[in-house]
Design a protein. Sequence first.
Length: 75
Amino acid sequence: MNIKEAEILLQAGVLVTPVIKQHDQCDGWIVTLAGKHKLNPMLETARGHVRVFKRLDAAVGVLFELGFEGVKVVR
């Protein structure tokens, strides 16, 4: 799902606390947005690729800008 879809789903109250974890194949962090929806739970770029953040603070910043009050970080 892209940022716009995530924003709409968050306002509708169907997303739970996002999970940020290290990307398996490269350096960086990916975001999973689980909840009651049928979309891909991974945060994606506008072109549909999984969005990989180079820094953890950048991923957290995007989620807080969307309106999440907390995040879960796993390794």
